[in-house]
Design a protein around this ligand. Structure first.
Ligand SMILES: C[S@@+](CC[C@H](N)C(=O)[O-])C[C@H]1O[C@@H](n2cnc3c(N)ncnc32)[C@H](O)[C@@H]1O
Ligand SMILES: Nc1nc2[nH]cc(C(=O)O)c2c(=O)[nH]1
Ligand code: SF4
Ligand SMILES: [Mg+2]
Length: 240
């Protein structure tokens, strides 16, 4: 069986972001990303700092690990990274999840397509705004969105917003992909801050400001504005 480069398996916890925020879920975090966002809160998946922690696991081994950690206390698994969409072999894991009646979610940035996207129950595409320093490949993104729409997939778009330019970018994405559920998320500018109370109060102020600016814009009427709930609860702690 094709092996999956895995950095973390954890949970149960709650999904802290986007379309299924609050959902009790396990997480599988894969290693490797084709992007290098300036503010990535999971840079250890691609910057080499955790390369000794990467485990090459068959999908059956990932499933065994999920059961070992989560027991019978979960019915949903979120796959994130890095960019899990770099890995065709995630399809093997999705087959196992489906066979065991476990729901699935995916976090990816919309730079790569995999046919196994069709097997995901809650799919989040999160294109990256200017503050990330990444460039959006709109041809690629158009193709991904059109395939998911055509298939009737349960998917959403989520843009992290740090500043005004990011908000303009978010507006552009929302207007380009009309009718796709759209989420705007507060950015965490301090991914190494260990003083959680201070971090949380800063993030709540940022969230309030983001709500205010979104509420002023007529192009952003049908959107949902969310914080990263897990960061408000646990700060920058890993594995939650
Ligand atoms: C770590 S990424 C992994 C999945 C995929 N590479 C992606 O970016 O969608 C998971 C989610 O965290 C978000 N994220 C990463 N760093 C963040 C930060 N500093 N503040 C807020 N959200 C962040 C990303 O935009 C993405 O929606
Ligand atoms: N609780 C929790 N929710 C999350 N939603 C997206 C996450 C991610 O890093 O992809 C994440 C995470 O790492 N933890
Ligand atoms: S695409 Fe996702 S994992 Fe990759 S660098 Fe950006 S936020 Fe981090
Ligand atoms: Mg995260």
């Amino acid at each position: 069986m094709r092996k999956i480069p895995v950095l973390e398996v954890f949970g149960p916890t709650i999904q802290g972001e986007g379309m299924v925020i609050g959902q009790k879920t396990m997480f599988v975090r894969t290693a490797g990303c084709d992007y290098s966002c300036a503010w990535c809160d999971s840079a250890f998946t691609w910057d080499g700092s955790a390369k000794d922690d990467i485990r090459l696991m068959a999908a059956t081994e990932v499933w065994d690990k999920l059961k070992e950690i989560g027991g019978d206390r979960f019915s949903h698994v979120t796959i994130s990274g890095g960019n899990p969409a770099l890995l065709p072999q995630i399809g093997d894991l999705l087959e196992i999840l489906k066979a065991n009646g476990i729901g699935s979610a995916l976090e990816t940035q919309g730079s790569r397509w995999q046919d196994w996207f069709y097997d995901i129950n809650d799919l989040t595409i999160s294109p990256k705004p200017p503050s990330s320093t990444m460039e959006t490949d709109y041809d690629r993104l158009d193709l991904i969105v059109s395939r998911l729409k055509e298939n009737g997939s349960n998917f959403s778009l989520k843009v992290v917003v740090f500043d005004e330019k990011d908000l303009e970018y978010a507006k552009g994405i929302h207007m380009r992909y009309e009718g796709v559920p759209f989420y705007i998320q507060t950015g965490n500018p301090e991914v190494s801050m260990e003083d959680t109370p201070r971090l949380v109060s800063n993030l709540l102020l940022d969230y309030e400001r983001l709500i205010d600016v979104v509420c002023e814009q007529k192009e952003l009427n049908d959107v949902r504005v969310l914080p990263q709930l897990h960061t408000l609860v646990w700060g920058n702690k890993r594995g939650v």
